[in-house]
Each structure stands twice: as C-alpha cells, then as structure tokens.
Write a protein that binds this ligand. Structure first.
Ligand code: PGA
Length: 256
C-alpha cells in the first residue's frame, strides 16, 4: 500500500509572522489526526527559502518541510541559487523539482529538471518532480506524448532502488479553478504508472507515489484521491489557508 501524501506549495507567499500563525491554525485543526501523520499518511509543506527554518521549528516533525526548487550544482558562481548541500545544511531533505512555473518562467527545461533530480538523489534529498501538459497540448491530443517526454527526462538519472515522488499537474488546471475530472486525472496517472513499470520495473512502479495537482481543494480532494493511481495531492492556492488545508488533511487521513 502506498501511503497517501498531502503536499502544500505556498509558492511566493507569506511572511515569518504568517508562517508561525499558519502552523498554529493548521495543527489546531488537525489535533485528532496528528499521531497519524508520517504513519498513516504524510504531510509536506513546500515553503519559500527564507521560511524553511521557521516552518521546521513550527512543524516539529509533524510532517516534512520542503523547498520549492534547488540548483543542480553543489556550489559556485550561480548568483541567487541554492544548492542541495545548502538544503541539507539546514536540515531540509525534500524539494519540488520542475514545477510548471519553473519550467514556464525560469527556463527549467527537461534537461535541467533531469539534472536537478540527479542532484537531489546524489545528496539524499527526496525530489517531488512535476510534469503536466499545457492546454493546447491536451486539446491537440498530445497529452501522453508530452507526459512521456517529461517523465523520461525525470526518470533518466533514477535507479529503481531510489525513491522519488511525482506530481502530475496539468498546466491548464493550475491556479485556474479548473480541475481535471477524477477520470481525466486517473487516466494520466495510470499512463504515468505504466511508463514507470516499462522503464524501471514493477517494484518501482508500485512504490512510487504520484500526486495530482491543479486546483485541488477541500471539495474535490476526496474524489481525486479515491482513484487507484492517485496517491495524494499537491495543492497551491488552497494550501495557503490553514483552515482549509486542515480540512483536506482530515480527508486524506480518513482515506482508504
Ligand atoms: P493550485 O496550484 O492548487 O493553486 O492550482 C497547484 C500547484 O501549482 O502546485
């Protein structure tokens, strides 16, 4: 059984004071399920770099605090970037990689994403690697071709014995209020899992969690995570509200 994951991606939002308040409210709303976090299901909070330590101090092991991006080099003349050893240095061992906003605005090509996945694994950091088609690609019937190209780049440096998390995030559903239907999402997840099986074998395909992202909220999360190949959610907008995110955590904790 793959343990379900609820991951929040704050993107470029909040302050130190808001980060502290957030976790007070979130953990107040999840009191009855806190002993199930890490055991029955997992919580991940991907927060901006400056708030990683604040978030860790507040979370205290009741979930994982993750970065939203990382550079593939260890150190050097890369102004404005943060490396895997730096994340490890502050006790961070999980990061998003290849989010569509990184791909769209910051030039994270498939090759860059592949190098970032390799760097994370080389440094014992768990990557949450994102992939997903744009609206015109779905309309043009290219969804599976696009997913396969992105997925193969993500998987290229991965050994079947290693662990990664994948997030299927159709770009047309991110921040738009348009969610893929349960069936559309399941179809894409099943395709991804088949490809995992073809390229890395049965055990890797069975253990790898594939999250769905794109306008997930308290109303649609139950239906999405009830699909056989959807192992949780990567949530942007709705994760910013700690009350709503706590409601979602309670739903994920109760899921089979
Ligand atoms: P959204 O963002 O939930 O606001 O659509 C999801 C994401 O970008 O990870």
């Amino acid at each position: 059984m793959r343990k379900k994951i609820l991951a929040g991606n704050w993107k470029m939002n909040k302050s130190i004071a808001e980060t502290k308040d957030y976790f007070e409210v979130f953990f107040a709303g999840t009191k009855t399920i806190q002993d199930q976090i890490n055991h029955k299901f997992e919580m991940i909070f991907a927060v901006p770099f400056p708030y990683l330590s604040t978030a860790q101090a507040a979370v205290q092991g009741r979930g994982v605090v993750a970065a939203q991006n990382v550079h593939f080099e260890k150190s050097g003349a890369y102004t404005g970037e943060v490396s895997c050893p730096m994340l490890r240095d502050i006790g961070i061992s999980c990061t998003l990689v290849g989010h569509s906003e990184r791909r769209q605005y910051f030039g994270d090509s498939d090759e860059v994403v592949s190098r970032k996945v390799k760097a994370t694994l080389d440094h014992g950091i768990l990557p949450i690697a994102c992939l997903g088609e744009k609206k015109e690609e779905r309309v043009g019937g290219q969804t599976f071709q696009v997913l396969q190209t992105q997925l193969d780049a993500i998987l290229a440096p991965v050994e079947p014995s290693q662990n990664i998390i994948l997030a299927y995030e159709p770009v047309w559903a991110i921040g738009t209020g348009l969610t893929a239907t349960d069936e559309q999402a399941q179809e894409a997840h099943a395709f991804i899992r088949r490809r995992l099986r073809e390229t890395k074998g049965e055990a890797f395909a069975e253990k790898t969690r594939i999250l769905y992202g794109g306008s997930v909220n308290g109303k649609n999360v139950a239906g999405l995570i009830s699909q056989p190949d959807i192992d949780g959610g990567l949530v942007g907008g709705a994760s910013l509200n700690p009350e709503e995110f706590a409601v979602m955590a309670n739903i994920v904790a109760g899921a089979k």
